[in-house]
Structure formats: structure tokens, C-alpha cells
Design a protein. Structure first.
Length: 253
């Protein structure tokens, strides 16, 4: 199976993508060239604390403690250059007091000159959508509700908004047109060697709780698979680690 067919669908905590870049060329991890530069790009999702009813009806598995451990590990890793948070940053992002842990994490990242970027999740729109998105935008100035790209050396990370119910018809069409045009532009850009696409909801998942998102599967995955530079599609939401090597044969119609 060609590596470009690899789709990582759901992450609860972190996944690290390490690249070694020299003159726009990617090298394997065992390359010891003196002019190689190492970067660890962190993807983390669903860092929200459990809500009240979840603590009663669902086992939380020391979720909040685990999140703090992961945050501390990321901050203290000298190889980390960028962090991408794939939605559900807090239980209800419209409330300022829910941001205490994430704000502390973001402050530490800033002191270490580690860039931070985010995609919106469903919890980030809970209760008051406008307040939740405003709180997200204040903390991540490059956030755009209809998608944006972050470039790191020879890699391009595209973050999309999979909260389709929060987008009107114009915004949904705008994001889709931008996404396709952006992939075409990156295909033609000789300085970009690989593309990662991320959003909150998973295009494929066998989770019995949240399942998979048909809109993400039908709108975001086909353009990804058509791009020769796309290597990784990554999402959150299902609170588990899953990967699908061949979505066409994954049992989904």
C-alpha cells in the first residue's frame, strides 16, 4: 500500500511526526548529517476535561491528570517545534474558566518558542458558538473557520473545520473550494514535499459512541487521496487511537 493511502483517523492524546529537512528534502530519522535540522510536530486532540454527566456515567480514566502529563512532556521536549490541537480543547470553550489548563500550556509553549495551531471541535462550539470560536481565535490568531494552512519547512499542514452544522452554505462551499485550490497550489509548489490534512471529526471510525462523519469522508478524503503529496490525514473526536491503511477496503460504504 502506497504511504499516501495511510489515514490516521482518531487520536485521543498525541502523535509525533518527526522530519529531517535539508534543502527541502526529507531524510529518514537515522540521517546524521550535520546540516540536518530535526523537528517534532505534535498532534493532540480532545484535551477537554470530562463534563459533569460524563463523570457519572462514563469512566474518565484519570483524563485530566493524563492531559497534564502530556502537556508537560510536550513542553519539556527540546525537539518540539510545533503543536497542532485538533479540536475539543475544553469541555465548553465559550466559558473562560474552562481554558485554565490549556492557557497554562499555551503560555509554556510560547516561552519555549513552540508555535501552536488549532482546529475547532464540537465542544469548542457548545452552548454559545460565537463565544467559543472567539475564545479559540484569541488564542490562535491564525485560526480561520473555513480552513487554513501552516507551513513548516517542506511540510504543509492543512487544518479544516469539520463542524458542518456551524457553517452556513456559503461558508461550507467556500471552505471546500479553498481546500481543493490549496491542494492544487501545494502540488505545484516545489518547496513543499508533503502535506498533512487535519480536522476534528473522523472520516472513518468503528467507534460505537461517535462513529464516523460522512461529510468529512465524502468532502475531505477524496481530494486528499488525489494529491500525490498528501501523506497523513489525522483527526480526533473518537477518543481512541485508530488507523486505516486503505479506506476503500475498510468496510465503509
Amino acid at each position: 500500500m502506497n504511504i499516501k493511502r495511510l489515514i490516521v483517523c482518531s487520536i485521543f492524546f498525541t502523535i509525533i511526526v518527526q522530519t529531517y529537512c535539508r534543502g527541502g528534502i526529507l531524510f529518514p530519522e537515522d540521517n546524521n548529517s550535520a546540516d540536518s535540522v530535526r523537528h517534532s510536530i505534535i498532534f493532540i486532540s480532545d484535551t477537554q476535561a470530562p463534563m459533569g454527566f460524563e463523570k457519572i456515567f462514563v469512566r474518565t480514566h484519570n483524563n485530566e491528570e493524563a492531559t497534564k502529563i502530556l502537556f508537560n512532556t510536550i513542553v519539556n521536549d527540546s525537539s518540539v517545534s510545533s503543536v497542532f490541537m485538533l479540536g475539543d480543547l475544553t469541555a465548553m470553550s465559550s466559558f473562560e474558566n474552562n481554558w485554565v489548563t490549556v492557557d497554562s500550556f499555551l503560555t509554556c509553549l510560547k516561552t519555549k518558542n513552540i508555535s501552536a495551531h488549532a482546529a475547532a471541535g464540537n465542544h469548542d462550539y457548545l452552548l454559545t458558538s460565537s463565544s467559543g470560536e472567539a475564545n479559540l481565535s484569541r488564542r490562535f490568531p491564525d485560526f480561520k473557520r473555513t480552513g487554513y494552512t501552516v507551513r513548516i519547512d517542506s511540510a504543509a499542514i492543512i487544518l479544516l473545520n469539520s463542524n458542518f452544522k456551524k457553517l452556513n452554505n456559503f461558508e461550507e462551499a467556500k471552505q471546500q473550494d479553498w481546500y481543493i485550490n490549496e491542494l492544487h497550489a501545494l502540488e505545484r509548489d516545489s518547496t513543499i514535499k508533503l502535506i498533512v490534512v487535519g480536522c476534528h471529526h473522523s472520516p472513518f471510525s468503528n467507534s460505537s459512541i461517535v462513529g464516523y462523519d460522512e461529510n468529512v469522508r465524502d468532502k475531505f478524503v477524496p481530494p486528499f487521496l488525489k494529491s500525490s503529496k498528501c501523506r497523513l490525514f489525522i483527526s480526533g473526536h473518537a477518543h481512541t487511537f485508530q488507523y486505516f491503511k486503505n479506506p476503500a477496503n475498510a468496510g465503509f460504504s
